[in-house]
Design a binder for this molecule. Structure first.
Ligand code: ADP
Length: 180
């Protein structure tokens, strides 16, 4: 596949990830996997209590790794829970750990034959990762992965608000130039 081919499989939308009609949504969880604020809280709220019950059986998740559960009351069949790094100034492997979240989630998706997948902007809320830096890592990592794998048909970046949406659009334009 040519580098720009993966662009056909990437979509940026503005909205609420819990409403996305995809095979799997990714949750920006914390290491306990027992729910939290932000997108994590919204996903648990929309999925219902059975999600928390399944998460309790998973025994947590390390930063940069991912685990999968069912989606219960969500439109998505699956939830991939990944734990983003807390931003501590950029010298504590934050970039690699964030990239690892995307890689681990995509690897799990392929294992489960998931064809459509939606990501939130992992770590850019309470965890404080600078939005543009996180966006570049998200798009670059997904791009490289899609170039090497043909199982996943669509990766949707779900932006919560104008700033994230515009940021993702501009990084996409930088990455793919005029091929869009
Ligand atoms: P983290 O702890 O990884 O920083 P947060 O949930 O605080 O996770 O924020 C991650 C990103 O998810 C932020 O950009 C936030 O605006 C966004 N977000 C919050 N709620 C939703 C939602 N319902 N759908 C999509 N994105 C959301």
């Amino acid at each position: 596949m040519r580098a720009s081919d993966s662009l056909e499989h990437i979509l940026v939308v503005q909205g609420d990830i819990t409403r996305q009609d995809v095979d799997a949504i990714v949750n920006a969880a914390n290491e306990s996997l027992l729910g939290g604020s932000g997108v994590d809280g919204a996903i648990h709220q929309a999925a219902g209590p059975e999600l928390l019950a399944e998460c309790r059986r998973l025994g947590g998740c390390s930063t940069g790794q991912a685990k999968i559960t069912q989606g219960y009351n969500l439109p998505a069949q699956w939830v991939i829970h990944t734990v983003g790094p807390v931003w501590r100034g950029g010298q504590h492997h934050e970039d690699e750990r964030l990239a690892s979240c995307y890689q681990s989630s995509l690897t799990l998706a392929v294992e489960y034959k998931i064809r459509t997948l939606a990501f939130p902007a992992i770590s850019t809320g309470v965890y404080g990762f600078p939005l543009e830096r996180a966006t570049r890592i998200a798009i670059a990592t997904v791009n490289v992965f899609l170039d090497q794998s043909s199982v996943i048909e669509q990766v949707r970046f779900v932006c919560f608000g104008d700033e994230a949406y515009e940021g993702y659009q501009s990084v996409l334009a930088d990455t793919f130039g005029n091929s869009r």
